[in-house]
Design a protein around this ligand. Structure first.
Ligand code: AMP
Length: 385
């Protein structure tokens, strides 16, 4: 008996430098047949030497769960790739030429793209099905020029592909559509401000389903305060640290990407722990929380101006979906702008997409779970048919 395509799952892979996240998803139904994580790839003492070993570890994890991957009729493999640079504004089937172009973008995302390339190479050797790259930047390729352009000399920007790219695009796009569904309105009719607050955090302004602004830039360091990333700082900070603290460029890069943000201010990067410390009266945690929220308000205000008012403000990802105190603090004092929250709705512990503003509010405030794996699986399936 032949299986219809709708029974055949897509393997979604998200390769980091030392980890591999995977899901086996049926795109039409959203059914997750399996999901897991291989960690500590290539670290000393780890049994997983490289990404090829990680795929082997995944196969054995799946086997333990009763799934023989070699016998699963895979439709395709969808790979999350962080940076699509100026080349890729849509999902693409990976061939040797595409892989070379993704490699060439590694200068723009040295922390991310090389790992994706290694993951793709290992997976292509193993699975003889179409492989598709889904780019975190793609949704933001629609940014108007005035939003994507940095005010630096144009010839230099052109030579080095310097512009605002934006990241988390797969999530923002998914959530924009899921929000329209929740409100039972066409996405074309909506002006949305979307806050993706997870380990990485980003905001977007979306008009009619198209992104018109976003907080991340050339790299995922710009914008909101994150778990370990500073987000916006004065660009003069780099030269100042180099001169005054004698730091190298790599040290400054590591400082701002890995040791700053909520972690740098409070000593913890997990938001659950941060909120517990705030409640216990920890001053550093309080400051980190307040800086985090202040930056969010800054962007909400900016995007209301960019959009000329919003129909909906959406919270998503780990913190956005689960932290009622963050949502309450962001909305506090914004009544004049049409934004308010119903405390009971905000605090109801639901995992479903839902509205948390009072009935009849000018701006609907919503909590909408993101699902990047499902989005990747669907885009992959759409492309390979
Ligand atoms: P993500 O990257 O979307 O998985 O989000 C991870 C972030 O969400 C971490 O900072 C978690 O601490 C945070 N998070 C997850 N659950 C909660 C919760 N119940 N309350 C506050 N933060 C949470």
């Amino acid at each position: 008996m032949t299986q219809s395509p709708t029974d055949r799952p897509v393997l979604v892979l998200n390769a980091g430098s030392s980890s591999l996240k995977y899901q086996l998803v049926v795109p039409e139904s959203g059914e997750v047949r399996a999901a897991g994580l291989v960690e500590r790839i290539g670290e000393s003492g780890s049994e997983v030497a490289d990404h090829s070993g990680a795929l082997e570890a995944m196969r054995s994890q799946l086997q333990d769960a009763g799934i023989r991957l070699d016998e699963v009729p895979l439709r395709a493999v969808g790979h999350r790739v962080v940076h699509g640079g100026p080349d890729f504004s849509e999902p693409v089937v990976i061939d040797d030429g595409v892989l070379d172009r993704i490699k060439a973008l590694s200068a723009l995302a040295p922390l991310h793209n090389p790992a994706a390339v290694i993951g793709i190479e290992a997976a292509r050797k193993r699975y003889d099905v179409p492989h598709v790259a889904i780019f975190d930047t793609a949704f933001f390729s629609s940014l108007p020029t005035e939003a994507s352009t940095y005010a630096v000399p144009r010839d230099l920007a052109a030579k080095h592909s310097i512009r605002r790219y934006g990241f988390h695009g797969t999530s923002h796009q998914f959530v924009a559509h899921a929000t329209a569904e929740l409100l039972d309105r066409p996405v074309e009719d909506l002006r949305q401000v979307i806050l993706h607050l997870g380990n990485g955090c980003s905001a977007s302004a979306v008009r009619g389903g198209r992104a018109v602004e976003t907080s991340m830039g050339l790299t995922p360091l710009q914008g909101l305060v994150m778990g370990t990333r500073s987000g916006d700082v004065d660009p003069g900070l780099h030269a100042y640290l180099a001169r005054e603290a004698g730091m190298s460029l790599d040290e400054i890069d590591t400082l701002l990407n890995k040791k700053s943000g909520v972690l740098g201010l409070s000593g913890v990067n997990d938001f659950r722990e941060l909120v517990q410390r705030v409640e216990a009266g920890d001053d550093d945690a309080r400051l980190a929380f307040d800086v985090f929220v202040h930056r969010l308000k800054h962007y909400v205000g900016a995007y209301l101006a960019i959009l000329g008012g919003a129909d909906v403000l959406v919270f998503t990802a780990g913190i956005g979906q689960h932290s009622a105190p963050v949502r309450a603090a962001v909305a506090a004092g914004l009544g004049e702008l049409g934004i308010s929250i119903d405390d009971a709705l905000n605090e109801a512990g639901s995992t479903e997409a839902r509205v948390i503003s009072p009935f009849g509010s000018r701006v609907v405030v919503a909590v909408v779970p993101t699902n990047e794996e499902l989005a990747i699986a669907r885009q992959t399936a759409d492309l390979v048919g």
